[in-house]
Design a protein around this ligand. Sequence first.
Ligand SMILES: Cc1cc2nc3c(=O)[nH]c(=O)nc-3n(C[C@H](O)[C@H](O)[C@H](O)COP(=O)(O)O)c2cc1C
Length: 168
Amino acid sequence: MDALELIKGRRSIRKYKSKPIEEEKILKCLEAARWAPSASNKQPWEFIIVKDEKTRHKLAEIHPYAKFVAESPVVFVPLTNPNIHPKYHMSDTGLTIQNFMLQAHALGLGTCWAGVIASSIEPPIKELLNVPDHLNIMALVALGYPDQERESSRKSLEEIIHWEKYSE
Ligand SMILES: Cc1cc2nc3c(=O)[nH]c(=O)nc-3n(C[C@H](O)[C@H](O)[C@H](O)COP(=O)(O)O)c2cc1C
């Protein structure tokens, strides 16, 4: 599939089938995440994969906008380490999420990024997942076979593009 077609075809999926995900597909998504670019190639990330149903339900209870992680058979939890790169750790780890989501889409799987870092729900999620103090949780990313079709839109290029210099 053409890269642009893949990028434009990915949607945030908030309803999932209970069908389990093949291990090799999860590993392929993690491999894509691992190959994200990072400032000075410092790779300031670690990942948790949650499959346990009880844990997923607890995550859904804590996160007000990620109730769907109770349904998705897998939750990808990217951790970011500010000590490794104080300035760029968040953008670097964000790129792992985009890689993960695009690889998932290429495999026919759906994802949805639910933000966590710097919010009041981060400490209870850290406690639940036993995440050490020096790491932050970027997000909960649901992963599963989609049980819905969704549409989205973007600002037009005309609205956001400036050629050569900023123009009003
Ligand atoms: C940093 C970030 C945080 C997000 N947090 C949530 C969230 O808490 N809950 C949710 O349902 N979607 C969340 N989303 C998904 C966005 O709502 C979604 O990407 C956007 O509406 C565009 O839709 P699309 O992904 O289908 O193109 C988040 C996305 C990003 C990048």
